[in-house]
Write a protein that binds this ligand. Structure first.
Ligand code: IYR
Length: 225
């Protein structure tokens, strides 16, 4: 067993209550403008912006601080093409019936179908992988804990960073996504978690009205004071 070593917590940002409220509401305002985008422009996005957003995701809390994630950022057109071909093949089966009628009914207001041109149009795809084994340092082979929770939190932070930077995102989950492991050259011990599509919305981008229906604060929370 290792004995924990502690260091003082310094420089932790603190603000007066009034400023905290302004800051919290400004985050709410920023996040309220996030939309899932399916019509992407092919406009170039500099790699440094993607790097900073992945860096932000990597600050997420994780089980035993093992950081059980790996992000593969793809702008290479041939790799994007391979991903599109493989994803559309999965979607064919999904929409042809594998999904079942209840699922297809739930998706109908979104207008999604088997055609995924954005997988080639968008300048960046970020494949997020979850690591069943690892450790706090690369190359270790310890058991990881709360992997889904940890990678889910990191992905949320990635979306927040990309949106805050001014980029549009689509959380894409062709099921099953195992083809991503081969195309991205990742080991068997990693499970594809989600494929983020990243870029600027097309100038004529449309979003389904259905996506604007948001539950109120009263619907999503309960306060016991
Ligand atoms: N992966 C499919 C289906 C799909 C599933 C859910 I749940 C969505 O919220 C949206 C789509 C597709 O991308 O079309």
């Amino acid at each position: 067993m290792k004995k924990p070593k502690y260091i003082p917590l310094t420089n932790y940002p603190q603000y007066p209550d009034t400023e905290m409220l302004v800051r919290a509401r400004s985050v709410l305002d920023v996040l309220s403008t996030r939309r899932t985008i399916r019509d992407f422009s092919d406009r170039h996005v500099p790699r440094e912006i993607i790097e900073a957003c992945i860096g932000a995701a990597g600050t997420a809390p994780s089980g035993a601080n093992h950081q059980p994630w790996h992000f593969v950022a793809i702008s290479n057109p041939e790799i994007k093409r391979k991903i599109r071909v493989a994803a559309e093949a999965e979607e064919e089966a999904f929409y042809a019936g594998k999904a079942g009628t209840e699922w297809l009914e739930a998706l109908s207001p979104l207008g999604t179908d088997t055609n995924k041109p954005f997988l080639e149009t968008a300048p960046w795809l970020i494949a997020v992988f979850a690591q069943r084994r690892g450790g706090e340092r690369v190359g270790q082979d310890k058991k990881n804990y709360y992997v889904t929770e940890s990678v889910g939190i990191a992905t949320g932070m990635l979306i927040t960073a990309l949106h805050s930077a001014g980029l549009g995102t689509l959380t894409h989950t062709p099921a099953p996504m195992n083809f991503l492991r081969g195309i991205c050259g990742r080991p068997k011990s990693e499970k594809p978690f989600v494929l983020m599509v990243v870029g600027y919305p097309d100038k004529d981008a449309k979003v389904p009205e259905h996506a604007l229906v948001k539950k109120s604060l009263g619907d999503i929370s309960t306060f016991e004071e």
